[in-house]
Ligand binder design. Structure first.
Ligand code: ATP
Ligand code: MG
Length: 210
């Protein structure tokens, strides 16, 4: 098993790109740290209860909490699978934890999107709480308004997708996650693609870069 890391600001389209590529290729496994955490919150597990407040405030949850979940997923994965790791690592400490697992990182792809575009994108975002599919009212509308194309579930607006929390998430991104760009560049693993080409072209550019 090897790993392709998706790097990018909140709303840069990491999840959409990974979900699309994984749907097209059975050997790709999309692992979203945010989805793992939201699943734990919904189930009310100990980890979920510990994570909830941080997530609602747009802050990072403690490194060990999310790292334990990711390590479990890595440990369960066998065979000829490439993991598209979306949302982890989120800071240098997490990158170091990931290295210690011995997992092989094939590449780190940065979806580059200017901050000015992020707020708009997140404002139009809708998510399926059941199968996690992502939509945008303008850029990627569902076939039937308000319903998931795949499972028909009513789409929701994520609790942390309000403009105030998005501002905080962007601050966290610039302070804590952006240093990973230099970190992986120094290791020769970084590829940068324009994340503002629309979902289809973003996915194609990503596939070519990974
Ligand atoms: P997007 O929704 O576009 O993916 P995002 O990357 O901010 O944007 P998620 O990855 O879903 O959203 O993360 C949601 C929240 O979950 C984060 O704001 C944070 O609280 C928590 N979280 C997710 N991944 C991590 C991580 N690696 N370390 C710490 N906290 C995390
Ligand atoms: Mg995400």
């Amino acid at each position: 098993m090897n790993i392709v890391i998706l790097l990018g600001a909140p709303g840069s389209g990491k999840g959409t790109v990974a979900a699309k590529l994984a749907a097209e290729n059975a050997n790709l496994k999309h692992v979203s740290s945010g989805d793992l955490l939201r699943g734990a919150v919904a189930k009310g597990t100990e980890a979920g209860q510990a994570a909830k407040g941080y997530m609602e405030a747009g802050k990072l949850v403690p490194d060990e909490l999310i790292a334990t979940m990711i390590k479990d997923v890595i440990a369960e994965s066998t065979g000829d699978v490439t993991m598209l790791l979306d949302g982890f690592p989120r800071n240098v400490a997490q990158a170091e934890i990931l290295e210690k697992t011995g997992a092989e990182i094939r590449s780190v792809v940065l979806l580059d999107v200017p901050d000015a575009i992020i707020q708009d994108r997140i404002a139009g975002r809708r998510t399926c709480p059941k199968c996690k599919a992502g939509y945008h009212v303008k850029a990627l509308p569902p076939k039937v308004e308000g319903k998931c194309d795949h499972c028909g579930t009513d789409l929701v607006i994520r609790k942390d997708d309000n403009p105030e929390t998005v501002k905080d998430r962007l601050v966290v991104y610039h302070q804590q996650t952006e240093p990973l760009i230099a970190y992986y560049k120094a290791k020769g693993l970084l590829r940068v693609i324009d994340g503002d080409q629309g979902p289809e072209k973003n996915a194609a550019a990503f596939k070519a870069a990974m």
